[in-house]
Ligand binder design. Structure first.
Ligand code: 5RP
Length: 224
């Protein structure tokens, strides 16, 4: 099986836990994409859900798939969220934000009763921050000063997209990709980064995932 097939089996497995008539948080990324396709088919076959998307990109795909959508103001409690991750450790801590949707993803995660994370096996890591640079969303005003403060914690970071053509998130902000040499204490680093003026949110998710569904060449594996 190639990586796309591993993503697909994990994402489709997660949709089996979606209950009829519930509000579902719709994550962002190339793995969740397969869950959106499956949920779209289920809806077209008569299944009833209301989706709350975590990004403009996911909103667009969900609309194309015919998934009814709403907003947190109307549905403040989400029954189940299906989302992806860039790195997952054995304690179910995550790095997210490779798709630049980390702020909305964390807001949706916070409003969710249950969170399923869907990944292929390459995302599983012994220590967070060893295989993926940590995304940190920062406001554009004074971003260089914010980066200097962020670098005091991580050592080195890159403005995503580069200075000539920086990526702008759905929220109108920039992303710094922060190169840690491992993040053995993710809870501490999550708080330290969020304490810097100019930082909106970072991609460390601690104690949020209830189950990680992993696509492997020998089938589905779980961490919970
Ligand atoms: C977006 C995310 C994604 O869930 C994460 O980047 C994983 O994406 P993919 O499934 O494409 O590898 O956090 O902000």
């Amino acid at each position: 099986m190639n990586t796309e097939q591993l993503k697909k089996i994990a994402a489709e497995k997660a949709t089996e836990e979606v209950r009829d008539g519930t509000v579902v948080g719709l994550g962002t990324g190339s793995t969740v994409y397969y869950a959106l396709l499956k949920l779209g088919k289920m809806v077209r076959d008569g299944f009833s859900i209301i989706g709350i998307p975590t990004s403009d990109g996911t909103e667009k795909i969900a609309i194309e798939q015919g998934i009814p959508l709403s907003i947190l103001a109307m549905h403040p409690t989400i029954e189940l969220t299906i989302d992806g991750a860039d790195e997952v450790d054995a304690h179910l801590n995550l790095i997210k934000g490779g798709g630049a949707a980390l702020v909305r993803e964390k807001i949706i995660a916070n409003a969710s009763k249950r969170i399923l994370i869907v990944v292929d096996e390459s995302k599983v890591s012994r220590v967070l921050g060893t295989s993926f640079a940590l995304p940190v969303e920062i406001v554009r005003f004074g971003w260089e000063a914010t980066q200097r403060e962020v670098n005091k914690i991580c050592g080195k970071s890159d403005l995503r997209g580069g200075i000539e053509n920086p990526l702008v998130t759905d929220n109108g902000n920039y992303i710094l990709d922060c190169h840690f040499d491992g993040i053995p204490e993710p809870e501490k680093i999550e708080l330290q980064l969020n304490n810097i003026p100019g930082v909106v949110e970072n991609g460390i998710f601690v104690n949020r995932a209830d189950k990680v569904i992993i696509g492997t060449p020998t089938g589905i594996k779980y961490m919970e």
